[in-house]
Design a protein around this ligand. Structure first.
Ligand code: 9D3
Length: 213
């Protein structure tokens, strides 16, 4: 769940350069007893298991660096959006807790969780991939992680429109031509075409994104 995303491409390079630092810890190491159990049956009955409070609280108390924000990935959290990534990217340290099973004992949330985040309204098996989504989204906002060309494209999304269609060589592929205007060299006309396409796509697909009329 973690090694793959962290050891590829941009995240790998960012870690090698020391721009970001990611540690993975095992909750089980903070559980007591011979069996190091981290879950238990829910009080009141019902399906599934609940993550026990003690291992979570011990784990956070042992690992939380001063000034870190503790974030629980859970289906009950606020929906992750670009603005949240931007806010989190400015913080020096995050401690991400991956929800498992049906959920976390409420007292662990009350005692150690600062913020709860969901990545969308669909059901996954646990919070590990959501944690990697968050790390990926935050990491690319850390200065130096993206190249100059990559960072520039950040601006277009923050304008709240979907991206215009892209084309590259060849100019004709299986009978389909790239739009003439993109080959014209007329940068004003290209910019206008792209803006118009962005507005059209946003209106058609994501009217919720705002000033797309
Ligand atoms: C029927 C109640 N389920 C809530 C929707 C229980 C439940 C299902 C799946 C509880 C936890 C999970 C595991 N998912 C996560 O921990 C999770 C998650 C997700 O499933 N979707 C989107 N974002 C996230 S962040 C953590």
């Amino acid at each position: 769940m973690f090694e793959g995303p962290l050891d590829e491409s941009i995240l790998k390079r960012a870690r090698q350069k020391g721009l970001i630092e990611v540690e993975v810890h095992q909750l089980r190491d903070y559980a007591e007893g011979r069996h190091r159990i981290t879950d238990d049956r829910p009080f009141g009955g019902g399906p599934g298991m609940v993550m026990r409070a003690a291992p979570i609280v011990r784990c956070v108390e042992a690992l939380k660096p001063p000034g870190a924000r503790v974030i629980l990935l859970s289906p009950r959290g606020q929906l992750l959006r670009q603005e949240i990534l931007a806010r989190l990217a400015k913080l020096p340290r995050l401690l991400l807790l991956c929800g498992h099973y049906e959920g976390v004992d409420e007292r662990a949330r009350e005692l150690v969780v600062d913020e709860e985040i969901s990545i969308g309204d669909y059901v996954l098996t646990n919070g590990a991939l959501p944690a990697m989504v968050l790390v990926d989204g935050v990491a690319r906002l850390v200065p130096g992680v993206l190249g100059d060309a990559e960072s520039a494209s950040e601006e277009s999304f923050s304008e709240g429109l979907l991206e215009y269609p892209h084309y590259t060589r060849p100019a004709e592929f299986r009978g389909r031509k790239a739009p003439e205007v993109l080959l014209s060299g007329d940068h004003g006309a290209i910019a206008r075409w792209r803006k118009e396409q962005s507005r059209r796509l946003t209106r058609e697909r994501r009217p919720d994104l705002g000033d797309s009329g």
